[in-house]
Design a protein around this ligand. Structure first.
Ligand SMILES: [Zn+2]
Length: 174
């Protein structure tokens, strides 16, 4: 749960690993904070878009790059994917893959993160906003899975749904 009595709503951001446009995240999150104050960001621990969202949100909340401080204050909740942990009962038998450097990992650990985020958001009883950031011409599978889950789990409490497509940058656009 969130650790701050001022939290009025949950914002779930699901973003593709290929997303790299920092200003896009800053713009979307800053706008959302103005329109819907009091949100706690629920986000995965992934790289790319997830990482950009975590850091921009921390800055917007006044904690600079200190994601852990925004988390401690109750304005951010990071959901980890347990790649090295044991498989779930509904994992396909024998689907673990070898890791470089030894051992194996569960390829479904990332997908399992989406239900955890959605179920936890539903349990708060608060209204939920969703921002999806997908990358043009990319598979965006994790993002699409998360959206599907969010629509089925959270439909009655969704107050905003914002779908953003990040375009490939042309060379020289800077
Ligand atoms: Zn597994």
């Amino acid at each position: 749960m969130t650790g701050d009595a001022g939290v009025k709503r949950i914002l779930i951001v699901t973003a593709s690993r290929s997303c790299t446009d920092r200003s896009l995240f800053l713009g979307a999150l800053a706008t959302y904070r103005v329109i819907r104050p009091g949100a706690c960001l629920y986000i995965g621990d992934g790289t790319g878009g997830d990482s950009l969202a975590r850091h921009e949100w921390s800055r917007l909340c006044g904690y600079g790059d200190k994601v852990s401080r925004a988390t401690a204050a109750g304005w951010l909740r990071v959901f980890n994917a347990d790649w090295l942990g044991p498989c779930r009962p509904d994992c396909e038998p024998g689907h673990r893959l070898p890791r470089p450097g030894g051992g194996t990992y569960c390829p479904a650990a990332g997908p399992f993160r989406s239900p955890a985020i959605c179920d936890d958001a539903a349990a708060t009883g608060l209204p939920v906003g969703i921002i999806a950031v997908r990358k043009e011409n990319a598979g965006n599978k994790g993002t699409r899975d998360c959206l599907k889950r969010a629509r089925s789990t959270l439909a009655p409490v969704i107050e905003d749904f914002i779908d953003i497509l990040e375009a490939w940058q042309l060379p020289g656009r800077g």
